[in-house]
Write a protein that binds this ligand. Structure first.
Ligand SMILES: C[S@@+](CC[C@H](N)C(=O)[O-])C[C@H]1O[C@@H](n2cnc3c(N)ncnc32)[C@H](O)[C@@H]1O
Length: 214
């Protein structure tokens, strides 16, 4: 890596991750390697914790409010592998800015993250959020009884992504896929691409898919 690339990476990490915590008094920035998760879950298919980039979440929110218009708040937003809750926080901030009233959920299979996500949510909004300790492959999505906007910040491998998409096959669903490493799995489940965005850094690559007519 050149010195320029190193400086650019540090600057991006500051702007898109650390600054959020400095402004809001939250705890989302620190990376947690899988080796540091207590061995209480089967970690074979999941990824380590690192927070979404602030502007990437904002951009997806802007795309979907524009595309869905008055139907936007009919959808439940659900971050699968929510970690410390950053994407839910940014999504709700954008909702409040636009006076959108939408249900927001975060799930993670590592319980300590749920405690941190809840603390972060209270810190920002002075009320509890909907964060649940659950494995994305076993969660009952039908119980939400609404169309879904699923947020995926590269949480797991192709095997688990396939298992999750199989579970939600019969539910109208839009998936925001940031760092889209396993696009073939979406093709297999006949999701259509409705938006895609590229950038020099992997955190700036997002594809939005839908399994139904908008
Ligand atoms: C890259 S982090 C994403 C953090 C968060 N979504 C964000 O955007 O800031 C991936 C997260 O997925 C979680 N995860 C991995 N596999 C999971 C599974 N099967 N069910 C629930 N959470 C999972 C990990 O614990 C980790 O917190």
């Amino acid at each position: 890596m050149t010195l320029f690339n190193m400086l650019q990476k540090t600057w991006h990490n500051f702007l898109e991750r650390q600054l959020f915590d400095l402004i809001h008094g939250t705890n989302t920035y620190e990376v947690v390697d899988k080796a540091d998760f207590l061995p209480i879950v089967d970690l074979k298919h999941g990824k380590a914790y690192y927070a979404s980039w602030t502007n990437e979440v904002k951009n997806s929110h802007q795309v979907l409010t524009h595309l869905l218009k008055s139907h936007f708040s009919d959808y439940v937003f659900i971050d699968l592998g929510c970690g410390k809750g950053k994407a839910c926080l940014v999504w709700e901030m954008q909702n409040r800015r636009l006076a959108q009233n939408q249900l927001i959920y975060g799930l993670d299979y590592y319980e300590p993250f749920i405690t941190i996500a809840q603390k972060n949510y209270v810190q920002v909004f002075k009320q509890s959020g909907n964060f649940y300790h659950a494995d994305a492959q076993h969660f009952d999505y039908q119980q939400l009884n609404k169309p879904l906007i699923i947020y995926l910040f590269n949480p797991f491998d192709a095997y688990l992504l396939d298992a999750v998409l199989r579970k939600i096959d019969s539910t109208p669903c839009i998936c925001i896929y940031n760092i889209p490493m396993h696009q073939d799995v979406f093709d297999k489940h006949e999701f259509q691409r409705i938006y895609s965005k590229d950038g020099p850094n992997q955190n700036q690559k997002t594809i939005i898919y839908s399994n139904h007519e908008l």
